[in-house]
Design a protein around this ligand. Structure first.
Ligand code: 5GP
Ligand code: MN
Length: 347
């Protein structure tokens, strides 16, 4: 754990951001494509905060979250573009007087919402913890790349606005933090993460059932698919890099969905001596989604950003098109470059 991560304490929330949240009447809350626990947990908590302050928020996600995470939207406030053809990005933006983006600061990560948001002349605020972002896109942004999650930043916004989260909100924020830190095991889980978790538990969260729901409720098919993936793993570059490829063929043979693959890359990262672990998932013909994890000093963000992706130093992702062998060789080349000259990207 680096000193920077351990000593991190939240920077100052921009006063204009709090003012914008206080002044709005019809905020539209958005997050990144393929939302995860942090995206949904942060968004629904922001929704409840603003609703409690008498506003009429709408929370719109581009895609659904993995089924097992749905419980953190206790009142079902989130709406999903891909599931509801009546939702129109332009109309949603036209009805809003403020756009609140959580857990991403990269406009292209807004997916189908991006053109309407870019064209909007209303204020846009952002709360995030990723490394890449277009700061000038927002009228006010609070981005803390050393923060373990966005959820704990939302908790700070509750504090700043003098609102105590209820137990459901504490649970949503706990899941945001717990999923982004791999249940407090990744190197981004330092003092702040544990302190925030303690506060949320004090507010009524019961960690054990939450853990069971998220990490011990997999199907047998998913377990078998994980076996296939582990069997096909390849160790290379003097044992410093481990990767595996999850093809459409294995996915259909095992009958698992894309969302079942959540966490697979972490199961790969258990081999001693590895510095970079990556998982390549076939998402279409000649199209691959790549998840990268650093177990050492190099920043996998440097690899992901080389292919137009992003994320964090220790966990990043990107999409690459091409034949499988070509994609792997491009990734291994990027790993070789980085391991040969870590100055190119240090975690
Ligand atoms: P995962 O591998 O779990 O999908 O993602 C790890 C981290 O990388 C997350 O913070 C996620 O937001 C980011 N990430 C994953 N894929 C992409 C991508 O295609 N573009 C960008 N900018 N970030 C990504
Ligand atoms: Mn996050």
């Amino acid at each position: 754990m680096s000193a920077a991560q351990f000593s991190w304490s939240p920077g100052k929330i921009p006063a204009e951001l709090i003012e914008a949240l206080s002044a709005c009447k019809n905020p539209l809350i958005l997050s990144h494509v393929y939302p995860d626990g942090d995206a949904l947990g942060s968004a629904v908590s922001m929704h409840r905060l603003l609703q409690g302050l008498g506003k009429a928020p709408r929370t719109v996600m581009t895609h659904p979250v993995p089924e097992k995470l749905n419980f953190i939207d206790h009142d079902g406030v989130a709406e999903f573009l891909t599931e509801n053809p009546h939702l129109n990005p332009e109309d949603l933006v036209a009805e809003a007087d403020l756009i609140v983006v959580v857990d991403t600061s990269a406009p292209d990560r807004l997916g189908l919402m991006e053109p309407a948001v870019s064209a909007a002349s209303i204020p846009k605020v952002c709360i995030d913890h990723h490394l890449e972002g277009a700061f000038s896109f927002f009228s006010s942004i609070w981005c803390e790349p050393d923060s373990p999650a966005t959820g704990n930043l939302i908790l700070e916004v509750f504090n700043e606005m003098g609102v105590e989260p209820d137990t459901n909100t504490a649970e949503s924020l706990f899941v945001a933090l717990a999923t982004d830190t791999g249940w407090f095991r990744h190197s981004n889980a330092g003092y702040m993460a544990y302190q925030c978790a303690a506060r949320l538990v004090k507010l009524g969260v019961e960690p054990d059932p939450v853990y069971n729901r998220i990490f011990q409720s997999f199907s047998h098919e998913r377990t078998m698919a994980l076996g296939d993936l582990l069997n096909r793993s390849t160790l290379c570059l003097e044992g410093k890099v481990l990767y595996s490829v999850f093809t459409e063929e294995i996915r259909s043979k095992r009958g698992v969905s894309m969302e079942d693959l959540d966490g697979f890359v972490d199961s790969l990262g258990q081999v001693k001596g590895t510095e970079i672990v990556f998982l390549v998932v076939e998402v279409g013909p000649m199209r691959f989604k790549v998840s990268l994890r650093s177990r050492g000093d190099v920043s996998v963000h440097a690899i992901a950003s080389r292919f137009g992706g992003g994320g964090h130093a220790k966990a990043a992702g990107c999409r690459i098109e091409g034949a499988e062998e070509e994609v792997i060789s491009k990734l291994l080349e990027a790993c070789t470059d980085l391991l040969g000259d870590p100055a190119k990207g240090r975690a």
